[in-house]
Design a protein around this ligand. Sequence first.
Ligand code: PEP
Ligand code: MG
Length: 886
Amino acid sequence: MPKYVYDFTEGNKDLKDLLGGKGANLAEMTNLGLPVPAGFTITTEACRSFLTDGGVPEGLWDEVEAHLRDMETGMGKRLGAAGDPLLVSVRSGAKFSMPGMMETVLNIGLNDESVHGLAEQAGDERFAWDSYRRLIQMFGRTVLGIEGDRFEDAIDDAKRTKGVDSDLDLGAADFQHLVEIYKGIVKDATGEEFPSDPRSQMRMAVEAVFNSWNAPRAVVYRRQERIPADLGTAVNIVAMVFGNLGMDSGTGVAFTRDPGSGQQGVYGDYLQNAQGEDVVAGIRNTLPLQELEKIDPASYRQLIGIMETLENHYRDLCDIEFTIERGKLWMLQTRVGKRTAGAAFRIATQLADQGLIDLDEAVERVSGDQLAQLMFPRFAIHADLRPIAKGMNASPGAAVGKAVFSSARAEELSGQGEDVILVRRETTPDDLAGMIAARGVLTSRGGKTSHAAVVARGMGKTCVCGAERLEVDAKERRFTGPGGVVVEEGDVISIDGTTGEVYLGEVPVMASPVVEYFEGTGGTGDALVQAVHRIMTHADERRRMAVRANADTPEDAARARRFGAQGIGLCRTEHMFLGERRQLVEDLILAVSPEERQAALDALEPLQKSDFVGILAAMDGLPVTIRLIDPPLHEFLPDLTALSVKVALAGDDAADRDRKLLAAVKRLHEQNPMLGLRGVRLGLVIPGLFAMQVRAIAQAAVERRAAGGDPRAEIMIPLVSAVQELEGVRDETERILERAGVEALIGTMIEVPRAALTAGQIAEAARFFSFGTNDLTQMTWGFSRDDVEAAFFSRYLELGIFGVSPFESIDRAGVGRLMTIAVEEGRKTRPDLKIGICGEHGGDPESVRFCHEIGLDYVSCSPFRVPVARLEAGRAALSGGGSDSR
Ligand code: PEP
Ligand code: MG
């Protein structure tokens, strides 16, 4: 039979899976010899068994009884005994902290007899009756499921009758009376008496804590924090200590260093004559922890010593909860504390300086997500700034602009050079153009996986979503907020995608010092910048994978280089066919003779060449992977409906070119362009198109060389599914390069499942692979991103079919499996095959790790994500995962 109960002396901090975070750390502190009240932990395994079978596992109560008896012997008291009762708390504690989500019951063991014993023991009648009524209230609410307001109303009545405002003005007799009223409420609500048997109280509380794992708010919290639903919670049974026994008692919370900045010092709050809930509930104002030095110097000194012990032991910032009972200090909880992104970097380097950890570990202590947070611009917040509403922090950053309520208006105003914030109840794919035009997006509905959130994050656009207290009226072009605030179209608002806060008016924005550091424009004196610099430098030393950027303009390429990119992994060429050049593409499509087609291509060629010259110059000496044109041709033609209307309205007067265009648009129209005539297929069907691009690349390289540069172009063919497709294009490309006297690697994207599965053959014709995980994800799952994200992704996330969107993080089991096959087969054919990734996933921390593990040579991502990828590649190399086959 499994062991379901561990005494605090039996556990340790590494047993969080079994004992939960609280239980494991209480055990750790006990074993460090710190003053922890006696207690034991019921395992998460017992909880899981309870939730599956609908009852406690066999033998659990016997085990609990044995541990309880040991505890009673140790303390020289019996649970709930009339004369001098032992009281316990029953506390939840899962592996991951879920603050306030599950239940806790204090003062278990009190009843009509033991309340007198407690009064005598404490020398305080009022305290005893107050404790008893707290038990009935907490127990009634959490174990018996009685509406909490019924108890609150009763206490309000008692105060009203007595003509006082505060609980502190109620005396022993008042609480004694309240106990009777509370017992009446329990009887009325449940039909049963309040259980007076201490052991029954304890068992019922344990079961209630088990059940609270599946309370609706806990379920929602887990989903949001991506905590698996099947872990269960542990339950801690701890001897009660009281911080509310007078002014020589109290309770507090503390951090071993500032979780906001990382600075070392004494950070915390203390409340005299109070229990833990009073601090959390914020009923009375707390004192800064330093005050304790005057109030109780001995306890203060002991506490500071313990904090040092804990920090040295955990080698990290710890947060703690403690209680002082009549001058005796008790530790009630500790854990490695949460911290801001900035503090994480600073603390990691401070600990390295103190010799508590080495730099390798410092790199592992921070994350790419934290670095990304430090790179967004932020608001210069000052004290009298008050948000009008708060929503979900869906996509970080700080955005200021005029509120607009439709996508069209967003485009219109931004076209006039105005900054706008697009405000919608929720967004749909129809809002895409408006989202692109806006500085930020604000919605009143939907969570972190709503359309607005998913799309905004993809675009790196600031977004606050689900600000439910805002009433958005798109028709009237305004929204109303709490307290009757009205914002009309054109009024300026500021939204903070990092905190979810919404402000009226313009809040000044500060550039991130970390970005200034990467750009080389900022100072290096800032402590945070210094910490980032040290950690990045070390991550660069440790990583095996190179990091490149996806960039298709010289400006983006230059920025990427400043951010540490070691080349371009994807230079898309389609934008080079837009704008004024559209006309030339139309000519190409409308051409009826080879001569006409060649003329259009000849006109495009020098323009393309100059594009490439700029990019090769910005990345001089580093590889630049240029991808030949990919999207279907209709994307360069006018919209079918608009053009049909135009031609129909003009009747006989319609321009000849418009008619021809319409015919072409109809001919090229595809039901599912994603799976249609694009990529290499286009290159094979439209003679001369790819050749023109290759010539432009070759000439650009020649020109750069003549200018003393070191151009390193690589040519990449998109959407290949069969080696035969690639062979044709490769042969022609090689001929053109040879004629120009230019050398360039020729490779392919792996973005169609068939290409991954036949990678062994494809590697015969490709010198490198680059995973196009955007398309590979779409084709592996059989859905098109634009169609499905808004349609059903939130439902899929709710149902747990996705843990996270497969467009955000690589789906290891499916897409990842195809990638693994492609890497293995490709290298079997060509051991020196260079392999990278250029889909959006290249900048996602989890995906970077995966790419390291399967042995890729580089990841490529948007310029802004380059530092994140560098850091994550370093972390992946350090955590030991990955193939050493190369
Ligand atoms: C991809 O499919 O992952 C890719 C990089 O190509 P695109 O997004 O341009 O289709
Ligand atoms: Mg693609």
